[in-house]
Design a protein around this ligand. Structure first.
Ligand code: DHE
Length: 560
């Protein structure tokens, strides 16, 4: 077994930045020094590529190539491009944001950086290198071999109620004990960890950084820590394990943004076994050079992963029973696929096609598209939320980045007591008035409440607040809780965005992160779900830019 140092492959942004090379030869935009280009490449990767794509072809964000042309709905050729927009318009867009969903960067970037980025995007995009199976193997590091790991839990923690918290801008994950609210450990991970997912066993936490670094955390160690690492891409967002009976945690899978590919690994060592490219043809029949891997989830019904390919709008069902002879079902849906979650029966996976304002539902039993539901602008469900609506039966909810509503979609059920609601299935049964800029919604089977944040709202007070509805009567006015004020933290120039409600394992508490400035001490505010009163403010000098929080039990069992 080759175990080489992860450092040898130099994780991180410098790699992608350094690799973005020669395209400046055809530079048609404003002149930039070599130093300026290096700085801009790094900022572009950290702050812009996620929405606009490495090749700048656009997805959640607009196309940012210097020149582009496309046909509008009537067939007329429209032209645009960053060169046409020009320096001062671009500076305004980056600084102040747009009504179209682009956030303001004037509290993140300096004036000089905004000017630099405006120049940079008028130049042709840089094309980063590929990242092969060999590159991945070279980065692979087993820190504690499987044979040296404990055979039973070596600590007294209530593992079900541990929260894995992303500390976005420090490249770390904080493991917080949900019972005592104390930080158990803060572990070094990849840059701006995106998500944590839990092994079928509940023992391991898999986290993936935006720089493609996967870290495997063993919760059974006396002090939970990272036991294996691998880099699977330069830019990535998703990870899961095999969860079907008989294959529990045998494999892990992680999806890359760049290169556009996914990697299948050994579940307990992260040894990369197979890399599959996702480049290909969109649902419109056009070739796309950068179809990024968005959400991935493991089916409970078959030994398959649901792998959502953003730019092509294709949903892949990847059968992992024989990875040497990999069988994949390709289901056309709509563009651009992003995040999603299970319905209550865990048969249907519902995923946002955010550029088409649709939710695609895949039937993991039949392997077919069950529905494409039209919804309001830019759906962004996170994992969504399931509850029984007093009038329409089982529903799955999504919030929206581009609209001030939460959408409720009726979902099928085999339970005879819900037979009367069949007529509503896959229809939008209600839109609840919220505020724009929502990212995540959440509820819990033990709760009578429904929570939604609005961190992308341009109004500081609203971005720092969350809304809560009474599930028994959604017509009752929502409660709006100002989380930043409730935290008691001193006011800061940077907005403390209240983001990502997450329940404790018993469904009695809701944890909200305050995503503050990149060097500001921040907090997680814990609310009592029954009374909506603050129960605890978890803060620490190391609590910097907390964003996603993943409760072990709820994540392991897909409870939302
Ligand atoms: Fe996320 C989920 C992509 C920005 C916090 N985000 C996801 C998923 C994808 C994705 C594909 C689904 C993963 C899965 O289930 O397998 N996110 C992207 C982007 O491309 C985007 C728009 C831009 C970027 O540069 O990354 C983006 N996301 C953000 C943020 O800025 C957030 C708010 C803060 C942060 O930490 O970066 C953020 N995304 C999250 C969280 C989840 C997520 C907390 C998981 C939700 C859950 O409850 O499971």
């Amino acid at each position: 077994m080759k175990v080489s140092s992860i450092g040898a492959v130099a994780f991180g942004l410098t790699v992608i930045a350094a690799a973005m090379g020669s395209a400046f030869a055809q530079n048609a935009g404003p002149a930039m020094s070599a130093e300026e280009k290096e700085q801009a490449k790094k900022i572009y990767f950290e702050r812009c590529a996620g929405c606009h794509g490495v090749l700048r072809k656009g997805a959640t964000g607009k196309n940012l190539e210097p020149h582009w042309s496309k046909k509008d709905a009537s067939g007329k050729v429209t032209e645009g491009g960053t060169l046409k927009l020009g320096q001062s318009r671009l500076e305004k867009i980056i600084g102040y944001g747009t009504d179209g969903g682009m956030v303001n960067f004037d509290d993140i970037l300096t004036k000089e950086e905004i000017s630099l980025m405006s120049k940079y995007i008028q130049n042709p995009p840089d094309v980063p290198p590929e990242f092969s199976l060999k590159d991945q193997l070279d980065s692979w590091k087993v820190i504690v071999a499987v044979k040296d790991r404990p055979t039973k839990q070596m600590n007294k923690l209530n593992l079900n109620n541990i929260f894995s918290v992303t500390l976005r801008d420090t490249g770390e994950v904080a493991l917080v004990d949900g019972d005592t609210k104390k930080i158990v450990n803060i572990v070094k991970t990849g840059y701006a960890v995106h998500i944590s997912r839990i092994s079928a066993s509940g023992r391991y936490v898999y986290v993936i950084g935006r720089d493609g670094r996967v870290s495997l955390i063993d919760l059974w160690l006396e002090k939970p820590a990272v036991v294996a690492e691998v880099k699977i891409a330069f830019d990535a967002r998703s990870i899961d394990t095999s969860k079907f009976k008989g294959f529990e945690d045998k494999y892990a899978i992680a999806g890359g943004y760049w290169p556009p590919q996914y990697t299948i690994m050994d579940g307990d060592t992260l040894k990369p076994l197979k890399v599959v490219s996702t480049r290909g043809i969109t649902v419109d029949g056009e070739y796309h050079p950068e179809p990024r891997v968005a959400s991935i989830v493991s089916s409970f019904i078959k030994p398959e992963w649901v792998v959502n390919i953003k730019e092509t709008g294709q949903i892949l069902l990847v059968d992992y029973t024989d990875i040497e002879n990999l069988k994949t079902t390709t289901i056309g849906s709509a563009k651009f696929l992003h995040d999603g979650g299970w319905d209550a029966s865990k048969r249907y996976f519902l995923v946002a096609a955010n550029a088409s304002n649709k939710i695609a539902a895949v039937d993991t039993k039949t392997g077919k598209l069950a529905a494409l539901v039209d919804v309001a602008k830019i759906p962004h469900p996170g994992r969504g939320a399931n509850f029984v609506h007093p009038q329409f039966g089982p529903v799955w909810a999504t919030g929206h980045l581009g609209a001030d509503v939460v959408t409720l979609i009726s979902t099928p059920s085999d339970d005879p007591k819900f037979a009367q609601y069949k007529q509503h299935n896959w229809k939008v049964v209600q839109e609840i008035k919220h505020m724009p800029g929502n990212l995540f919604v959440k509820t819990h089977p033990a709760s009578k409440h429904f929570w939604a944040d609005a961190p992308q709202n341009p109004d500081k007070d609203l971005a720092e607040s969350v809304a809560v509805w009474d599930l028994k009567d959604l017509s009752k006015p929502k409660a709006v809780l100002n989380v930043a004020k409730d935290s008691g933290l001193p006011p800061t120039k940077a907005v403390k965005r209240a983001v990502h409600p997450e329940y404790s394992a018993d469904g009695k508490e809701v944890w909200i992160s305050l995503w503050g400035g990149k060097t500001d001490q921040s907090a997680i505010v814990v609310y009592d779900d029954a009374t909506l009163k603050v129960k605890k403010v978890i803060t620490d000098p190391k609590m910097i830019t907390p964003t996603g929080k993943f409760n072990v039990y709820n994540t392991q069992h897909d409870i939302y």
